[in-house]
Design a protein around this ligand. Structure first.
Ligand code: FUL
Length: 600
């Protein structure tokens, strides 16, 4: 074939272009990295804690090890009911308190005389770990165990023999019940029966776990697998690094609570946060808390403050004296699941995604990868480019108030600051919607509701070239039903809703309702921007408003920002309610609102 010199050049140029495109090197990992197990663990997001033991029957949060094991006597234990509930709630696992500080073992341990074997339950032949691990398998849930090394019952506690004994106890639990995804170590270290504290041999305990369950993620105040988030209310820091400095620390002797909630930007180990809290005021069941189960709004808040801030959410749902999850808790879990599904039903992030810069101009790292629903494809910039913007052109304008972002953590956590802007067609300008710091595995921002055709994320600070694999947009409903039949607003937004003082809060109750009054839940922070003086109106048609309270005061809300119940002089019928802020406790021109609801 007679090839002209020009075409040969065209071939060569084409070949070079093609190969250079394919040969763009992937971004190098940055800093300390998660293990395979930690990546899988992080994807589990939301799972159940079950506190169960003698305390369930004795109305205490901490037993003292002297309780008669016979008090443990569930009348109708059904671990399949726990598993079915967890599964239906959208959870991925159950972690059980196999042994709490009282030393009572929920399995017939050969190393203790304070166990289910000594209890009245099933004539001493029961094994809660057996029943639960099998139920988890049946329902496709992972199984995890909490064990407290602090043991107020065992005679060896506080003597050198105890560490090996505890390791033997661990071995029983980790070898007899199948795979354990998480080993939860409580760092509490009180006195035992001989009045002495134990010097724990954490190296031995960790070695024992990894020998029998090499893929288990070990929880404690400071990991090594995942860390306590620094509070028992289930919220992570708004800034939350998955890295932590652990030198000089150990379980029970941790860095400051702030550090636990935020991690360390340059921390020496990958130890992501796990946010734990109970659905009731206490960790163990008590009949006195049957009417104190957290509201959907509170659970939603906690979800945004945990999963929405780069932490896993471990929600305790204590089994009751029958050995079942109480209906008040399970109903609330189903309501929470429904609210979560409604919020995240329709991802509105569709359209054309572009970026200010793409690694090697390669399609492999293009911004559109962010929208493809695949975890392992992502947008990346060139090495050394630590700022940049991604822009989503939605085509037709969409209304949304939630933004979900994910960094590709197998290559490290990088992004340290970003902001979000939306395009205002009328003024032809980009306007700021939110500013935030870290993203990590997942970040969900609760935004003011906006209708726009274009949104832009500007990464303003990153420790290495940013790598983003997911962006989703949602429109969370304004109204949810609250437990006392009222409607709530804002409560489902996690990060307390903040509004300009000029913008009243209006709720459509959906139908005409006979009202006795309303309630307002402020942010529980002293001297926060909570409403201190207000006007309140009702309406049947959203046009004509009847004032029911004018220039009224929420007393002492500055120093004690608790729920405010306001009763009207007489009952009134309304379809819409409106709360208008006249004055804000800290004098600012924005106000905070966690919940606004009605009293029927
Ligand atoms: C704490 C314990 O002291 C509580 O009783 C509860 O188990 C909580 C999850 O951890 O350290």
């Amino acid at each position: 074939m007679n090839v002209k010199p020009m075409s040969v050049w065209a071939y060569i140029v084409g070949f070079v272009l093609l190969t250079s495109c394919n040969s763009v090197t992937p971004p190098a990992p940055y800093g300390v990295l998660p293990s395979e197990s930690q990546i899988e663990w992080q994807k589990m997001e939301f799972y159940m804690f079950v506190h169960f033991g003698p305390n369930t029957f004795t109305d205490v949060e901490w037993g003292n090890g002297k309780e008669d094991p016979k008090v443990f006597n569930p009348t109708d234990l059904d671990c399949r009911q726990w598993a079915a509930t967890a599964k239906a709630a959208g959870m991925t696992a159950i972690i059980i308190t196999a042994k709490h500080h009282d030393g009572f073992c929920l399995w017939p341990s050969a190393y203790s005389t304070h166990t289910v074997r000594e209890s009245s339950w099933k004539g001493g032949r029961g094994d809660v770990l057996r029943e639960l691990s099998e139920a988890c398998k049946e329902y496709g849930l992972k199984f995890g165990v909490y064990l407290s090394p602090w043991d107020q019952n065992h005679p060896d506690y506080g003597t050198p023999a105890y560490n090996q004994l505890f390791a033997n106890t661990l071995t029983e639990v980790l070898t007899n019940y199948g795979e354990v995804f998480e080993q939860w170590f409580d760092g509490a270290n009180g006195e035992g029966p001989n009045g002495k504290k134990q010097l724990y041999d954490w190296n031995l305990f960790h070695r024992t776990v990894y020998t029998h369950q090499p893929n288990a993620v070990i929880f404690s105040d400071v990991g090594p697998g995942c860390r306590w988030i620094g509070n028992e209310d289930g919220y992570a820091g708004e800034t939350n690094w998955s890295r932590l400095d652990t030198i000089g620390f150990q379980p029970g002797k941790s860095p400051t609570l702030d550090t636990l909630s935020m991690g360390n930007r340059y921390g020496g180990a990958w130890i992501p946060g796990e946010a734990d809290t109970s659905i009731r005021p206490g960790w163990f069941y008590s009949p006195s808390t049957n009417d104190k189960v957290k509201s959907v709004a509170e659970l939603m808040n906690t979800y945004y403050a945990s999963v929405g801030r780069n932490a896993n959410f471990l929600l305790n749902v204590p089994a009751d004296r029958r050995g079942r999850i109480h209906p008040n808790d399970s109903i609330r879990l189903m309501e929470f699941r429904a609210a979560k599904e409604k919020t995240f039903e329709t991802n509105l992030a569709k359209g054309k995604m572009t970026a200010t810069s793409v690694r090697g101009n390669s399609k492999r790292y293009a911004a559109e990868n962010i929208l493809d629903g695949q975890y392992d494809t992502y947008w990346a910039t060139n090495d050394g480019e630590t700022t940049g913007s991604i822009e989503l052109d939605l085509g037709t304008p969409q209304t949304f108030n939630r933004l979900l972002l994910q960094e590709y953590i197998p290559l490290g956590q990088r992004i340290a600051a970003f902001n979000v802007e939306y395009w205002d067609n009328e003024t032809g300008t980009w306007n700021l919607l939110a500013e935030a710091t870290t993203i990590g595995y997942k970040r969900i921002l609760c935004l003011p509701t906006v209708t726009t055709g274009k949104i832009r994320i500007n990464i303003t600070q990153s420790l290495a070239s940013p790598i983003v694999n997911t962006l989703e947009l949602y429109h969370a409903p304004e109204i949810l039903l609250s437990e006392n039949g009222g409607s709530i607003i804002g409560g489902q937004t996690g990060e307390v809703v903040l509004k300009p003082i000029t913008e009243p809060t209006v709720i459509d109750l959906g139908e005409n309702v006979q009202l006795k009054g309303f309630y307002y839940i402020p942010e529980r922070v002293v001297a926060a921007a909570n409403i201190s003086r207000y006007n309140f109106y009702v309406s049947m048609d959203i046009k004509n408003w009847t004032p029911l309270k004018s220039n009224a005061l929420f007393n002492n809300i500055r120093n004690n920002p608790i729920r405010q119940d306001v009763l009207f002089d007489k009952e009134t019928n309304a379809r819409y309610i409106k709360l208008e802020a006249v004055e804000v406790a800290d004098g600012s021109d924005t106000y905070h609102i966690v919940e606004l609801g009605i009293i029927k």
